[in-house]
Design a protein around this ligand. Structure first.
Ligand SMILES: [Fe+2]
Length: 239
């Protein structure tokens, strides 16, 4: 299953100067993604897990190694738009009001706009993830109410990865849910929130999700702050 993934293409031949500018721009974007994650009371490890979860699912959908590498790079940028959301809303312990939820939902559009700032295939993919990771298979998501395969594959992968991580990690407004229970919740949302085929892959191959979550929980208990950016050592967790 490949869906409508926008494949990575080789960059056009560019001058050394353009390459340097592009590298600097990508570095700035990375910093912004980490800053947004810290603002949301994470410590960067959520970004790593998102990359791992999405890349694992991408591998099972049959995407190529270079496409998976692209996903590992762009996944951590999914919530970059939270940089533009007030902290009082981001970290509110109680339920958001309708107006606050509307403001919160804007992080998808803000993120997509930030990432559209340069002519780059990779950032176009990142922009797609930022824009569509809260869309739902049944068309009840946001911001565009896209449905089914009208949602880019990266958005459908990100939706499951993001919800699983949100369920299994402690947040200001909720307690941790046991991993088995989180998997049941994901399965119950098959064909509702989530792409049925991606959900099936998640259910069939959930062990790496367990391992990654448990590793993060243990690191947190030991007071460790895992590195803020994903490595591309896929073999250690996709096998
Ligand atoms: Fe989000």
């Amino acid at each position: 299953m490949r869906g409508n993934f926008t494949p990575s293409t080789k960059p056009k031949k560019s001058t050394r100067e353009n390459e340097i500018i592009q590298k600097a721009y990508l570095g700035t974007i990375r910093c912004l993604a980490v800053a947004a994650d810290f603002k949301d009371q994470h410590t960067g490890e959520h970004l790593i897990r998102m990359g791992r979860y999405m890349a694992f699912l991408a591998l099972r959908t049959g995407l190529s190694a270079s496409e998976i590498k692209d996903i590992l790079f762009v996944a951590p940028m999914h919530d970059i738009g939270k940089i533009g959301i007030p902290e009082a809303i981001l970290n509110k312990p109680g339920k958001l009001t309708t107006d606050e939820r509307r403001v919160m939902e804007r992080h998808t559009l803000i993120g997509a706009n930030i990432l559209m700032g340069i002519d780059s295939n990779l950032l176009r993919l990142a922009s797609q993830v930022a824009l569509t990771h809260h869309e739902r298979w049944d068309g009840q998501g946001y911001p565009r109410k896209l449905a089914g395969t009208g949602i880019p594959l990266v958005g459908r992968l990100a939706a499951i990865a993001d919800v699983f991580d949100a369920l299994t990690m402690i947040r200001p407004y909720k307690q941790v849910i046991p991993i088995d229970q989180a998997c049941e919740i994901i399965q119950a949302e098959r064909k509702k929130a989530f792409d049925p085929e991606v959900t099936d892959l998640f259910v069939q191959h959930q062990m790496p999700f367990h391992k990654s979550s448990i590793r993060s929980i243990r690191a947190r208990k030991r007071g460790r702050n895992p590195n803020c950016w994903p490595r591309t050592k896929m073999n250690s967790w996709t096998g």
